[in-house]
Design a protein around this ligand. Structure first.
Ligand code: SAM
Ligand code: DTB
Ligand code: SF4
Length: 337
C-alpha cells in the first residue's frame, strides 16, 4: 500500500507540491484502502455527518460567447435553450429567500458570460449585497475577471468565486478553444488576491482518460493555497453539445476522484456537484463516505435538472446526514494549523 494511505492522518496538513505519480498512487490504490483512508482523514478534519446545502441560480442564461464543449449555454451550439437577460437584483433576492427557506446556507449565482462587463457590475454588486444581507454565504461565477473587479465584489460581500479548471491542461484544448488555461489561472489569482475564497474544480465523464483526471486533480492540489471549495461535477449530457453522447464514467471511478480530492486537499470542502440526478442513493452515499461535504439542492442546477428537494430530504434522513453551517473549510484550516 502507498505510504500515503497507510497513514492518512499524516496528510492532514496541506501540502502543495503533489506530483502526478503521487496522486496516481492514491487514485489507483485498491478501492477499500482508498476509501478507508479518505474517510479516516475526513472525520479527523471535518464533520463526517454534515453536508452543506447550496442553491444555484442562473442569473443570466444562454447566448454565451465561449465554446465549452460540455455547455448548453454556449451560443456556438444549438441546444434549444432559451437565452435570457440579466435578472433584476430584487428577483434574485426573492429566489435567495426561497433557497434559505429550503435549507440552503450558500447561494451561488451563475452567468453565461465570457467575462464580467463593466456595464453589468452595478447590478451584480447589488445582488451580492442583497443576498449577503439575508445571512447566506454568497458565491458568484461570472467568467473571467479583470483587475479591480474582484476587489469590488469582495467589498460588496462576496464570500466565494467559482471558476473551474474543468480538466487536465492536455485535454482542456479539446474542450474549449475560446479561452486558455492561463486565462483561468489569472482569474483565480485575482480572486485570491482580493481575499475572496476560491471555488475551483472540474468536470469528469467528458470522455477523458484516467490520466486526465489525475492531471486535473494534481493541478488543483498544487494551487497554493488550495481552493476552499472543490466542486467535482459529472458531465450533464445535453443534446446538441459536442460532448453529448460521451460514455458516462462508472460510479467507482467517480468515487475515486472524490476520495483523492479529500486526501490531497484535506481542508477543502469537496462539493458533489452536477450529475447527481442520475446517481443512485448508494453511489451518493459512497461519495459522502469518500469525503464529499456539500451538494446543490433544488430541482435545477443552472439550466439542467437536479434531484427534487423531497428526494434529497429522504437521502439525508436515510443516511443520517445534517445540513452543515457555512465555513467548513476555514474551520478545517484552523483545526489543522
Ligand atoms: N460562464 C462562467 C464560466 O464558465 O466560468 C460561469 C458559469 S459555468 C456554467 C460554470 C461551470 O459549470 C463550468 O465551469 C463547468 O465546470 C460547469 N458546467 C457547465 N456545464 C456543465 C455540464 N453540462 N455538466 C457539468 N458541469 C457543467
Ligand atoms: C460548478 O462547478 N458546478 C455548478 C457551479 N459550479 C456553477 C454548475 C453546474 C452546471 C451544470 C449545468 C447546468 O445546469 O447548466
Ligand atoms: Fe459560457 Fe460558462 Fe458555458 Fe463556457 S461554461 S459556454 S463560459 S456559460
Amino acid at each position: 500500500m502507498t505510504a500515503f494511505l497507510a497513514d492518512p492522518l499524516s496528510l492532514a496538513k496541506a501540502r502543495f507540491d503533489w506530483t502526478r505519480d503521487e496522486v496516481e498512487s492514491i487514485h489507483n490504490a485498491p478501492f477499500t484502502d482508498l476509501i478507508f483512508a479518505a474517510q479516516t482523514l475526513h472525520r479527523e478534519v471535518h464533520q463526517p455527518n454534515k453536508v452543506q446545502k447550496s442553491r444555484l441560480l442562473s442569473i443570466k442564461t444562454g447566448g454565451c460567447a465561449e465554446d465549452c464543449g460540455y455547455c448548453n449555454q454556449s451560443a456556438h451550439f444549438d441546444t434549444g435553450l432559451k437565452a435570457s437577460k440579466l435578472m433584476n437584483p430584487v428577483v434574485v433576492e426573492a429566489k435567495a429567500r426561497d433557497a434559505k427557506a429550503g435549507g440552503a446556507t450558500r447561494f451561488c449565482m451563475g452567468a453565461a458570460w465570457r467575462e464580467l462587463k463593466p456595464r453589468d457590475e452595478p447590478a451584480i454588486l447589488e445582488m451580492v449585497k442583497r443576498v449577503k444581507a439575508l445571512g447566506l454565504e454568497t458565491c458568484m461565477t461570472l467568467g473571467m475577471l479583470e483587475d479591480g473587479q474582484a476587489e469590488r465584489l469582495a467589498e460588496a460581500g462576496l464570500d466565494f468565486y467559482n471558476h473551474n479548471l474543468d480538466t487536465s491542461p492536455e485535454y482542456y484544448k479539446k474542450i474549449i478553444t475560446t479561452r486558455t488555461w492561463q486565462d483561468r489561472i489569472d482569474t483565480l489569482a485575482r480572486v485570491r488576491g482580493a481575499g475572496i475564497q476560491v471555488c475551483c474544480g472540474g468536470i469528469i465523464g467528458m470522455g477523458e482518460d484516467e490520466a486526465d483526471r489525475i492531471g486535473l486533480l494534481t493541478e488543483l492540489a498544487t494551487l497554493t493555497p488550495h481552493p476552499e471549495s472543490v466542486p467535482i461535477n459529472h458531465l450533464v449530457d445535453v443534446e446538441g453539445t459536442p460532448l453529448s453522447g460521451s460514455k458516462p464514467l462508472d460510479g467507482i471511478a467517480f468515487v475515486r476522484a472524490i476520495a483523492t480530492v479529500r486526501l490531497i486537499m484535506p481542508q477543502s470542502v469537496v462539493r458533489l456537484s452536477a450529475g447527481r440526478e442520475t446517481m443512485s442513493q448508494e453511489l451518493q452515499a459512497l461519495c459522502f463516505l469518500a469525503g464529499a461535504g456539500s451538494v446543490f439542492v433544488g430541482d435545477e442546477l443552472l439550466t439542467t435538472p437536479n434531484p427534487e428537494l423531497a428526494s434529497d430530504s429522504a437521502l439525508f434522513e436515510t443516511l443520517g446526514l445534517e445540513g452543515d453551517e457555512p465555513g467548513a473549510a476555514k474551520r478545517a484550516q484552523s483545526a489543522t494549523a
